[in-house]
Ligand binder design. Structure first.
Ligand code: AMP
Length: 287
């Protein structure tokens, strides 16, 4: 596995691969790799001949009051984890490599970016779509792999690819959790032992929702019960808890066939997100 920091190097390596008829998978990340990221690399490994992992803590997607400065960075450990998962090439550019002096072009999607994460973090998705569009232009992957942990991000990237006719397929991978149920996240490193325990209210509230959906409880009641579950933790402050249509991400009052539940919750200073998608079968069971 190679690690490079410049766009010229990535282009050279990818061009050699393409000439040899290889397909390219891209896994964009901000590093501080965990099993969630590794599952994306493993999936890319299965689907493509060559796997490129980008590691870039993208300043454009952080607002000034967010955690850009203290976001965990550990390239040597990331290299070991990436290689173990089957990565061929790490691209870890500097900020100036991605945004040189005079940089002044942005990619912005509307609609799906306005609610949920976009409502709480108004500049976030413009940063995400700009950097992902650049990575697509640099790496020219056949398939790009994203996690359902950031399920709204997947919807936004899919819209960008559709709207701009970008020649890349988007593949989304399931959420990887700890045995406790906590969704793996680089930001879990911020949690104290006590906070990590209390952070379980996120996944527990989704489990509770699953049981209530299976017994066809009304949406308002599910929302109320989930809120109560999360508020069992004295450290938890809910940013949003929404039960939505998985296609439109608009809130629903009734579950017809399927729904997506998304959460953003502060545990102390740390903002965590989680989500789950549920499908009601004819027999009223969750698929
Ligand atoms: P990040 O480094 O947090 O920007 O995440 C990079 C990619 O890894 C994104 O597509 C995330 O959705 C994905 N990811 C992060 N955590 C998980 C997880 N627990 N399970 C699956 N994918 C994840």
């Amino acid at each position: 596995m190679q690690t490079v920091t410049t766009i010229v190097e990535v282009r050279q390596i990818v061009s050699t691969w393409k000439k040899a008829g290889k397909t390219i998978g891209l896994v964009p990340t901000m590093g501080a790799l965990h099993e969630g990221h590794q599952s994306l690399i493993t999936t890319a490994r299965q689907q493509c001949d060559k796997v490129v992992l980008s590691i870039f803590v993208n300043p454009l997607q952080f607002s000034p009051e967010e955690d850009l400065a203290c976001y965990p960075r550990d390239l040597p450990t990331d290299q070991i984890k990436a290689a173990a998962a089957g990565c061929d090439l790490i691209f870890c550019p500097s900020e100036v490599e991605m945004y040189p002096a005079g940089f002044n072009s942005y990619v912005e999607c509307f609609g799906v970016t306005q609610m949920l994460e976009g409502h709480s973090r108004p500049t976030h998705f413009k940063g995400v779509t700009t950097v992902v569009a650049k990575l697509f232009g640099i790496v020219t992957p056949d398939i790009a792999f994203f996690g359902q942990k950031d399920t709204q991000q997947v919807a936004v990237i899919e819209q960008m690819v559709r709207d701009l006719n970008l020649p890349v397929t988007i593949y989304s991978c399931p959420i990887i959790r700890e045995a406790s149920g906590l969704a793996k996240s680089s930001r879990n490193q911020y949690l104290s032992v006590q906070e990590k325990k209390e952070a379980l209210v996120l996944s527990q509230s989704l489990k509770l929702a699953e049981r209530m959906i299976n017994t066809r409880q009304p949406v308002a009641k599910i929302h109320q019960a989930m809120t109560a579950k999360i508020e069992e933790s004295p450290l938890a402050v809910i940013d949003y808890l929404k039960i939505v249509n998985p296609q439109t991400l608009q809130e629903i009052k009734e579950i017809e066939k399927e729904c997506l539940i998304l959460l953003a919750v502060y545990i102390g200073q740390t903002r965590l997100i989680d989500n789950a998608r549920f499908t009601i079968t004819n027999k009223g069971e969750k698929k």
